[in-house]
Ligand binder design. Sequence first.
Ligand code: FAD
Length: 624
Amino acid sequence: MDYPDRFDVIVIGGGHAGTEAALASARMGCQTLLLTHNIETLGQMSCNPAIGGIGKSHLVKEIDALGGAMAVATDLGGIQFRVLNARKGPAVRATRAQADRVRYKAAIRGMLENQPNLTLFQQAAGDLIVENDTVRGVVTETGIRFLAETVVLCTGTFLGGVIHIGLEQSRGGRAGDPPSNRLAERLRALPFRVDRLKTGTPPRLDARSLDFSQLEEQPGDTPTPVMSFMGRREQHPRQVSCHIAHTNERTHEIILANLDRSPMYSGVIEGVGPRYCPSIEDKVHRFADKSSHQVFIEPEGLETHELYPNGISTSLPFDVQLQVVRSIKGLENAHITRPGYAIEYDFFDPRDLKHSLETKFIHNLFFAGQINGTTGYEEAGAQGLLAGLNAARRAKGLEAWWPRRDEAYLGVLVDDLITLGTREPYRMFTSRAEYRLLLREDNADLRLTEAGRELGLVDDTRWAAFGEKREAIERESARLRACWVQPGTAAAMAVETKTGKPLSREYSLMDLLKRPELGYRDLADLPGIDGESVTDESVAEQVQIQAKYQGYIDRQQEEIDRLKRHEATPLPEDLDYSRVEGLSHEIRQKLAEAKPATLAQASRISGVTPAAVSILLIHLKKRR
Ligand code: FAD
C-alpha cells in the first residue's frame, strides 16, 4: 500500500547517523519520517558506551553547535567525564564521557519523540523507489510504500552483516539484530562501488566476578566537565570510576596459540578492520615486542553489573575468550556475560558522494554513517546531521551546505571521505585537520552556531545563550585590551608577585595574558583596574585561549601558505620513509607503497596528513 502522507525527507536507520539526520531535517521544518528496524534500539550504542575522546569530541561539539542531540544526550547519560590531553594545548584537548547506555538511549528517544515534524515508524526498509535516477521513496519489507522528496540512508553495519565468533558465522546487523540483506542486494544492483569492512567488540563482563582491589581506579575529573555548550553539571547522573587492567605474557601466549582459530587469521574474514581500534589478537600479533596492553574496565551503566573491557575486542572462539579474560590480573574469576565478536558488512565507496553526502548516481539520495566507511558514533552522527540538513535543503529547493576544512572537523571528515575514499574504517583524529589550532573543541560554537542558526538548526534558547556568550567574550577581550598596568602601581606589584619579574614598562592586560605564566584569573581583578571580570568559565576560557594562542594560529596560517608553495617539490624515488623521523608507522607504510613523486601527491594519499607533509618537507631540507 501507499502510505497516505507524503514526507519531505525519509531517514532509514535509527542509529547515530539516522537520529541526527532525522532531528536536523525536522528542526529545519521538513516533514520527516524516521524508518527503523526497531524503535527500542533508537540511539543504541553497538559497542562501547562512550562518547568523545581525541578528535571525536571535536565532532560531538560541532554537532552540538549545530543544534544536534549527541552532546545533550551525553550530559544526560554520562557517568564518568574526563578531559583528555588536559595538560597539552587546547587544539588536542578532548572531552570523553563514559555513558550509561540505557540513559543515553532514553535521552535520544525522548528528543526524537518530542521533536515537532518528526514521525517514527518501526519496520525494515527493503527497497528504494527509484525513477529516472532519482529516489522517490522507500518500500518496507512488508510492502508499505512511503513517498518523499529525499531519502537519507543510515543503515550502519547492517547491510549484508555477518557476525563471526571463532570460525562460527551467523547473519546479523549486530548481536541480537537481523541484517538488512534485501536492501543490501538492492543497493548492490545500483551503480555504487561496494566493498566489505569489519569491526569488532570485546566480551562483556559481570562486575561481581572481578577483584577490583587488583585494578587501578580511574575516577572522572573534578569539576566534572560537560559535553554540550548548553550542558550543566547538575544534569549528570551519579558519577562512577573506570578501572585499568593489563594483559600479560600469559594472555599473549594464549592468543598466539589460538590464532588458527581466529576468523581474521584463518582468512575467513575478508573485510579490513579498524587500524586504530584493533582486536587484541591483532595487537598481540602486530606489536609482538609489547609484553602488556592496557585494558580499561568501563561500566556499562548505573543499574547493571555489566562491564566493557575496552582494549580486548576479539573474534576468537568463546573458550579462548574466556582463557584470555581470566589470564588478566583481577579478572581470574571473571564471568563473561556476552561473548565478543567481529562483524563484516557492506560499505559504499564515499568517493561516489558529493560534499553534501548526496550520491552522485541517484539524485536526492544521501548516505551517512558507517555505510560510508567510517567507524564511531561521533563520525556517524556528524555525517547524519550534514546529510539530514542537506536532504532538507534539497526538499526545500535550496543549495547544498557544508563546512570547509578550515571551519570544522565535519568539513575535514567529509572532504577526506569524498576525495580520498578509505580502505579501512575511517576514524577522526586531530592530526587529520591541518587547521587544528582553529578547530578546537572549545570554540565549536563560535565556529558554527551562527551558520546553524541561518540553516534553521539552532533553536531560540541556544541562539540567545550563544549570543550572550559571544558578546561577553568580545566585551571582556576589549576590556583587557583597554586596561593598562603601569609600573609601580598596586596592579603591577600583584603581577610581579605572580611572575617573579619586574614590569619594565606599561602593558595591557591582554598583553600580559599572552604570557605563559599568567592565567585569566591572575589578571581578572587586579587592584585599581576598571571593570569587572567574567564569572562564566566558558567565557574566561575562550578569552584566555584566544589571547595565548593567537601567535600560534597566525603561524599555522603561514605554515599552510608555505606548504602550498612547496607542493611541486619532488620526492626522491629512493627516499627511505622508515628513516623519516616523526612519521607514524601507518604513514610510512603508505608512502613506501605509493612512492609519490611530489609533496602534492603525497598529501593526497589517504591518511597522509598535512602535519606529515610538513615533516617530509623538513626531512628533505635536512637531506640537502
Ligand atoms: P548504526 O549505529 O549501526 O545504526 C544503524 C541503524 O539502522 C540501526 O538502528 C538499525 O536498526 C537500522 N537499520 C539497518 N538496516 C535497516 C533497514 N533496512 N531498515 C530500517 N532500519 C535499518 N565504533 C568505534 O568507534 N569503535 C569500536 O570499537 C567499534 N566497535 C564496533 C563493534 C561492533 C560489533 C559494532 C556493530 C560496531 C562497532 N563500532 C565501533 C561502530 C559504531 O557502532 C558505529 O560506528 C556507529 O554505531 C555507526 O552509526 P550508524 O548510525 O552509521 O549505524
